[in-house]
Design a protein around this ligand. Structure first.
Ligand code: VAH
Length: 312
């Protein structure tokens, strides 16, 4: 039985549905700091900085797996660094402690944001220098080390992936640096043009949400004996810069116009991250693979968003 925090977030909302489809709706408890509206299964309000409530909810539900998805993303964390530290690290340690006390398997995502300007930028290795210059990155590196510690010290089966930017059409991301790659599809349909806050030529790793969700399931179901790494595996599907996603959109919307109004804060964050990362450890240790490249993602996003936006 699985408990998810941040279940109304960009990943959490779709992860909840995916896991309910696989393991049964009643076996997945979705939680989030705000109320969830209509739900396809059990839901409870939870502030992840409340350790006692986190523990009691997991115990009463009989959870054997904790998927900790609640966090502030990179741009928000840069605006409110102390809040980000308290929420991202406080929530994580509470989720790890609940997992230790209740013997739960544990998942939380790290990010390409766990790398910094002194990390090799191209084909970034699984094991390399990690000195991020953002609060979000500090949270992710500390989080990776803490999750490995709970595995080494307490034997908790902690597993994680370093996600690239995630593109999806269900729940919009909030406060991320890679969110431009989501916003662009909405604006392509609504206005046939987009003004990017990330500069032309800025490469970042990206992945379509269906591939991200499958990666979480595959990692959590992997044979632990085969895992050399745990927190956290590099995973990626593609690396592109804004002009390439615009060109992909123009294959469907020829009149699409792209312009730039660079946001220095989010540009600085993007510039401190890798251009492309190496996912061979994930491929070798648990068979990580992806189905969607840029053009496949674009055609699916535009079809699904048209349906979603027409019903608004
Ligand atoms: C962010 N979407 O932009 C998240 C993610 C790699 C990017 O960590 O902060």
């Amino acid at each position: 039985r699985i408990m998810i925090t941040g279940a109304l977030g960009q990943i959490g909302s779709e992860l909840t549905e995916k896991l309910r489809g696989i393991y049964g709706a009643d076996n997945v408890l979705a939680t989030d700091i705000r109320n969830g509206g209509e739900q396809s299964g059990p839901f409870s309000v939870l502030d992840v900085t409340n350790a006692q409530k986190m523990h009691d909810l997991a115990k009463d539900f009989g959870a054997d797996t904790m998927m900790h998805m609640a966090a502030l993303l990179s741009a928000t964390a840069e605006e409110k660094p102390l809040l980000a530290w308290n929420l991202n690290m406080g929530g994580l340690v509470n989720a790890l402690e609940a997992s230790r006390e209740l013997g739960m398997q544990f998942f939380t995502p790290s990010s390409i944001g766990a790398f910094g300007p002194s990390t090799p930028k191209k084909n970034t290795p699984q094991d390399t220098l990690q000195r991020p210059t953002t609060m979000y990155g500090v949270n992710k590196v500390a989080g990776e080390l803490l999750c490995d510690y709970y595995f080494q010290k307490f034997g908790i089966d902690t597993r994680g992936v370093r996600f690239p930017g995630l593109v999806s059409y269900v729940a919009q991301p909030g406060g991320g640096t890679t969110d431009y790659a989501v916003d662009i599809y909405y604006k392509a349909i609504e206005e046939q043009r987009y003004t990017s806050y990330i500069a032309e030529g800025t490469y970042m790793d990206m992945m379509y949400m269906p591939d991200a969700l499958q990666a979480i399931v595959d990692l959590m179901e992997a044979d632990p004996a085969k895992l050399i790494h745990r927190n956290a595996f590099n995973v990626t599907a593609m690396s592109f810069e804004p002009e390439q996603i615009a060109a992909s959109i123009r294959k469907h919307i020829p009149e699409f116009q792209m312009s730039y109004d660079v946001d220095p804060v989010r540009q600085a964050i993007a510039d401190s991250w890798p251009d492309s990362i190496d996912a061979s450890a994930a491929k070798n240790e648990w068979g990580f693979k992806t189905q969607y490249d840029l053009d496949a993602m674009t055609s699916d996003m535009l079809v699904k968003l048209k349906k979603k936006l027409m019903h608004v």
